[in-house]
Design a protein around this ligand. Sequence first.
Ligand code: FES
Ligand code: FES
Length: 156
Amino acid sequence: MKIEFILNGQPVQVDVPGATRVVDLLREHFALTGPKEGCGSGECGACAVWIDGVTKLSCLMVAAQLQGREVTTTEGLGEDDSHQIQQSFARRGAVQCGYCTPGMVMSGAELLRQEKNPDRAMIRKKMSGHLCRCTGYHKVVDAVEDAALLMREGKK
Ligand code: FES
Ligand code: FES
């Protein structure tokens, strides 16, 4: 099945079985290893990407659903450099093994598009679909707060 969509700002075309999972398509066909497969069943959030700017779980979507859509992965999040939230995750030590990080970054960046000054409860709620075995989550919330502050100050 031929499928055309926008991937990280670039028009792309693929010819794959329509039932190919989007997480596999991105990782294996396009070598975008940001989206990770954790649970493979919609529980962990590691595979999150944006579809038309909305965070979705790429392990639960198939290639045929991408026709005409816009897909953004963590690799395409920054415009000409890394997005502020990616820098804040690194600066605040919100990354350990990093497996959950690209998915959390996509949800965090979506929140910051919608809300310039989220409180910690809002950040926790937004991150509630993401499981992390390493960070204990506090530093993740710190990182999103940090990014929000710096973006309000016009750093990015
Ligand atoms: S791999 Fe998609 S939600 Fe866990
Ligand atoms: S940093 Fe290891 S799972 Fe989150």
